[in-house]
Design a protein around this ligand. Structure first.
Ligand code: PHE
Length: 339
């Protein structure tokens, strides 16, 4: 019996449990009713009285060592599962899908980046505007159609409060608070009461720019926007300016770039003209400078404004503007960028 017990003691000492279930098997093997320890106690009756003391002590030693072993291994399992809860396993593979920026954000950031390289700062302003900042300071005549209910989402009447129809309102705020030189762009959301279609939406995004200083000329305007077009669409890009009209600029123009899809040869994006319009621009009307308390005899300036949706559609050959607002992952996942 002595050798049997000594073998069991060795077995207990060497026992290792990889899983908590193995610990339970171990307990059953030694301590359950039909286990080895009760069997030893049963055999104890047959032990010679001269050996009883020693055998009794050995069986008790075995029983204790089994119990101690179970207790200490159990503790290990408990504390390692506590650790798992409290800390991260950095070696686990990551299988969460990576997000991507919205195409409008990519292009907006790229536009900001291009202008910031030549010294333009970024200005932001409120989306809910008063009549002065959205229209009056920008030289809109009282009966101008853009003030009409058809174009503008009014929130309150007398005094008029509306959702801004362009971010030129931000430039008015900049001019009110800063004396020239001013070189700033204002990206942001704008709102117009238009029917939603493949080419128009009632919410869209603009980046407008303003440069006011002494001796700013139309040549500065052309050169700045030519640089911008080449940076955005590539070095081969050509630009052309067509006369246009805006209440807040005089003279005014619209800028076309050579179609980046067919390279100017003619395709359905440029309607076989080889050119696509990307922005409006012009020299800031002296009335606008005066409304913002800037001396129009001392300073001149140029301004421009572009729609981010339109430029994104050209850059990525997207033919329906509504895709930008549907949040369809199959569409959005195609855009990966460092911007
Ligand atoms: N504010 C004009 C628009 O929303 C764009 C523009 C800005 C045109 C500056 C000329 C100069 O359409």
């Amino acid at each position: 019996m002595k050798t049997r017990i000594e073998e069991y003691l060795k077995e207990v000492e060497n026992f290792k449990a990889e899983k908590i279930e193995h610990l339970e098997d171990f307990r059953i093997k030694f301590l359950s009713k039909k286990g080895l320890v009760p069997a030893l106690f049963a055999d104890f009756k047959n032990v010679d009285p001269s050996e009883r003391k020693e055998m009794g002590q050995l069986i008790n030693e075995l029983k204790n060592s089994v119990q101690n072993k179970i207790a200490s291994l159990k503790e290990n399992f408990d504390s390692s599962s506590d650790n798992k809860k409290g800390s991260m396993d950095l070696s686990l593979p990551v299988n969460a899908p990576m997000g991507s920026r919205h195409p409008l954000s990519i292009v907006r950031n790229e536009i900001i980046e291009i202008f910031s390289r030549i010294g333009f700062t970024v200005s932001e302003g409120p989306e809910i505007e008063d009549d002065f900042h959205n229209f009056t300071a920008l030289n809109f005549p009282a009966d101008h159609p853009a003030r009409d209910m058809q174009d503008t989402f009014f929130i309150e009447k007398d005094p008029d409060i509306a959702l801004r129809t362009h971010t030129s309102s931000v430039q008015v705020r900049v001019m009110e608070n800063t004396q020239p030189p001013i070189r700033t762009i204002s990206p942001g959301r704008v709102f117009r009461n238009e029917a939603i279609s493949a080419r128009a939406h009632c919410i869209f995004h603009q980046v407008e720019g303003l440069y006011v200083d002494t001796d700013v000329s139309f040549a500065d305007l052309k050169q700045t926007l030519f640089y911008f077009a080449m940076e955005l669409f590539g070095e081969e890009t050509k630009t052309r300016f067509r006369p246009s009209y805006f209440p807040f600029t005089e003279p005014s123009a619209e800028m076309d770039v050579s179609c980046n899809i067919c390279g100017g040869k003619g395709c359905n994006v440029c309607k076989y003209t080889g050119w696509v319009e990307i922005l409006g621009c012009g020299m800031v009307d002296p009335n606008v400078l005066e409304s913002c308390k800037i001396d129009s005899k001392k300073y001149t300036g140029f301004a421009f404004g572009m729609g981010v949706e339109r430029i994104t559609m050209l850059k990525y050959q997207i033919n329906d503007l509504r895709l930008f607002f549907e949040n369809d992952l199959k569409f959005l996942e195609q855009f990966k960028s460092s911007y």
